[in-house]
Design a protein around this ligand. Sequence first.
Ligand code: NAI
Ligand code: MG
Length: 494
Amino acid sequence: MNDMTRIHPFLDGKTKRMLIGGKWLEAASGKTFETRNPATGELLANVAEGDAEDIDRAVAAAREAFNGPWSKVKPAQRQLILIRLAELVEQNIEELAALDTLDMGAPITRTRNNRNRAVGMLRFYAGMATALHGETIDNSLPGEFVSFTLKEPVGVVGAIIPWNAPLGSSIWKLGPALATGCTVVLKPAEEAPLTPLRLGELCLEAGVPPGVVNVVPGFGETAGAALASHPDVDKVAFTGSHVTGQAIVRASAGNLKRVSLELGGKSPDIVFADADLTQAVPGAGMAVFANSGQICSAGTRLFVEQKVYDEFVGRVAEFGKTLRIGDGRDPDTQVGPLVSPEQLKRVTGYLDIGRQEGARPLSGGERLTDGPLAKGYFVPPTVFADVRDDMRIAQEEIFGPVISAIPFTDIEEVIARGNKTQFGLGSGVWTRDVGKAHRLARAIRAGSVWINCYQAMDPAVPFGGYKMSGYGREGGVQHLEEYLNTKSVWIKTD
Ligand code: NAI
Ligand code: MG
């Protein structure tokens, strides 16, 4: 383990402890778990394994901070903390990017590219910290009353995140919490806990007071479930699978805590024959192959107008074959490994299901085990042609680099078929016809519609789901509302 510091300064061979009340602690049980590099299988660190008792300690610390010193901190001070955190993330971005790459496998070019987004989000929430306000509202009661609203932080927030973008998803929870004056217990994914822990260190360095941000790594069924059901947690902000989202809603019922859910998808990406196909080929390809398909809003149901179906789908398959697959640390790598052996099993399981259902793989379709790839969990960009709407590979979230390509003939038909899914997170439309673009933008039942692009994101623009992709929005002004209560105040003045 000692030589790991050469690989990354955070990997010093010591057990990575949890952050509770401003202190770095072992788990109450003394237990630890391993986190490994999915490109090589090598051990990166042992991590304190939080469970219900640690969640109790962290929630108590968060409550104490919320009721105590943090409630007196002025918006401008919270803003300053967020500005400092943005600066620290920017200064340390190489290290944070490398940690994401080591822990979950994404190519270093991708994790480095997160710089603008990560720093931009923190700056956005910093700006919002001094822009929150209630309203004075005229009322019609007889007599004289003044009525106005106050915006107040909801309180202690349990934040539960997945492994597919540890830095970004941590910031997407911590940013709005710090801006609004909430306190947080962050439960990273067991597959990739390292960056959230490093971010905890940077929070302390930025001046976040003890107890305001707590980071408790551990497993979903223990630490996660304890946080979701905790009677003293006011809100849970969750990103992950829809099945776990449903468990969280059930667990929230005990104290009717607020819940926001950013869940999975099976997003339609619709290519019309009139599109600029030269742009649409890599656009539709990377809508699924980026991050090895481990993106909630990946455009995995590729609907292509019949006239150009064979040509277009063939070109996307060829495009996929040009992508360089390998260890994410190599700056030439474009597609890294899947995050874990479980995820590999799940994705290769769907590759088998696709073939059994009669879909035709044009590229990829099998795990890669050549040379050094054998040690990691590598699946190449895969395009299945001849996919029908009722196949499981057209309905279920695979979370791997797998496109299900489906032909269509007209616009009404593709609207109906595109919407025939339990999910509603992302969607894409490729066309030069502005009328079609506007029609589709309204007709698709999903939280985001990307036209002649895919996966565009900005801190000021809301993101979230329809249907079983969840509720609540992250990003934009609406995100702050998810962390606020509205209180109405009446004063009789006559
Ligand atoms: P998951 O939804 O089970 O895990 C996400 C987070 O929830 C992790 O921090 C986990 O520890 C926690 N968790 C798990 N069970 C919990 C419970 N009962 N109570 C509270 N927290 C709990 O997703 P997982 O197991 O990592 O991946 C399984 C599949 O879910 C993937 O193959 C993919 O299809 C989907 N997924 C979708 C994501 C998205 O962004 N849409 C993200 C991660 C997974
Ligand atoms: Mg799980």
